[in-house]
Design a protein around this ligand. Structure first.
Ligand SMILES: Nc1ncnc2c1ncn2[C@@H]1O[C@H](COP(=O)(O)OP(=O)(O)OP(=O)(O)O)[C@@H](O)[C@H]1O
Ligand SMILES: [Mg+2]
Length: 343
């Protein structure tokens, strides 16, 4: 079957076509068009919901058109529509949801509502080359701009939430500490670049809740620690070398907590695979450190990560999630739910 995915939960407008068959354990990517209003938000140091929603309105139709332009007869060839219904910004979500409902009505196609966070997980099942090797149960770590969650996927139908952040998400910790350092939004990729080549954790920032034994996270204390350190050093002394060392220490603090909790969860739940998803999972250092730790502990739990471009928001992951959790709804019943979570 061919699924048209639509994702508009935040500042990316995305539409994608994927092909998938029941016998397969992965989804083949046909197109994945992503238009981002990130550059506009870089100027303001963060996302302004009203601006994000207006940009969604501007780009939704061109993006969908582009994603289906290779089909001779889209109305005949597309079998279903998948759309993100939440969580996210209400104005942004509504653009995708109402557009998907309209297409579903006009073309008489089934529509599948998708939780954005499930989408981040299911990016792992897109053409990954080895996604058929992802064995259940799976421990999944979602590390994005708005969320940090650990979940246990017993099978495609049964997902159990293990824990999440009590305050800032991991991506948010990157963005907020980056802002203190004068970096533009989103700061994650810039911190990764600055940290590369540094070997010593000079600042040794706090690793909150690392030994709590629970699967909760907390990153707001890290932000405070970076503010204090930056004040202590003084703005005029924040030169390139200092920024590099601070960036490295931020990464170390965040990643040590993420890796320890995820591996503990995987062992405790007898997981047979670990998957990562969300923008922070695009970080190569995080990927390497995870691999290293798993090897070091001689664990036989393989790690799976999506292609980097599929870690941040995209509609292909939404279409993939809909395939493995195919629950169609009458279009009339669909509503955007900004507070949607794992239920
Ligand atoms: N290489 C990287 N290293 C660290 N963080 C990164 C990297 N690339 C992106 N990020 C972070 O990922 C986040 C964006 O990811 P994503 O698009 O998944 O989040 P979101 O969709 O805004 O949030 P959510 O999915 O929770 O609604 C930003 O916080 C950004 O700083
Ligand atoms: Mg996201």
């Amino acid at each position: 079957m061919i699924i048209l995915g639509i994702e508009t939960s935040c500042d990316e407008t995305s539409a994608s076509l994927v092909r998938a068959e029941k016998k397969d354990q992965k989804v083949e990517l046909i197109t994945n068009v992503v238009s981002s209003s990130l550059a506009l938000h870089a100027k303001t140091g963060g996302i302004i919901p009203e601006i994000a929603a207006r940009e969604q309105v501007k780009y939704i139709i061109p993006v969908i058109k582009k994603s289906i332009e290779g089909l001779k007869n889209p109305r005949e060839e597309i079998d279903a529509i998948a759309v993100t219904t939440g969580p996210g910004l209400i104005g942004s979500l509504l653009v995708g949801v109402e557009t998907a409902k309209t297409i579903s009505y006009i073309w008489d196609k089934p529509i599948v509502p998708v939780n954005h966070l499930f989408g981040h997980i299911y990016a792992n099942w897109i053409e990954n080359g080895n996604s058929e090797k992802i064995n259940f149960p799976v421990t999944a770590l979602i590390v994005s701009g708005g969320h940090t969650d650990l979940v246990l996927i017993k099978n495609h139908r049964e997902i159990v939430w293990l824990g999440g952040t009590r305050d800032d998400a991991a991506g948010e910790a990157f963005d907020k500490t980056g802002r203190i350092l004068g970096l533009s939004y989103p700061a994650g990729p810039q911190i990764e670049k600055l940290a590369s080549g540094i070997k010593k954790d000079v600042f040794n920032f706090p690793r909150p809740l690392i030994d709590s034994g629970e699967f909760d996270f907390s990153f707001s204390g890290l932000k405070t620690a970076v503010v204090r350190k930056a004040e202590e050093i003084g703005a005029k002394n924040l030169n390139e070398d200092v920024l590099k060392n601070i960036s490295f220490s931020i990464q170390e603090a965040i990643f040590e907590v993420l890796i320890k909790k995820t591996i503990t969860a995987a062992v405790k739940t007898h997981s047979r695979s670990i998957v990562l998803g969300g923008g922070v999972a695009a970080n190569q250092t995080l990927r390497n450190k995870f691999e290293f730790k798993i090897e070091n502990l001689k664990l036989k739990i393989p790690l799976f990560v999506p292609e980097k471009r599929l870690c941040t928001d995209n509609a292909a992951m939404i279409a993939a999630a809909s395939f493995f959790n195919y629950k169609q709804e009458p279009w009339k019943n669909l509503t955007a739910d900004p507070e949607a979570y794992f239920d």
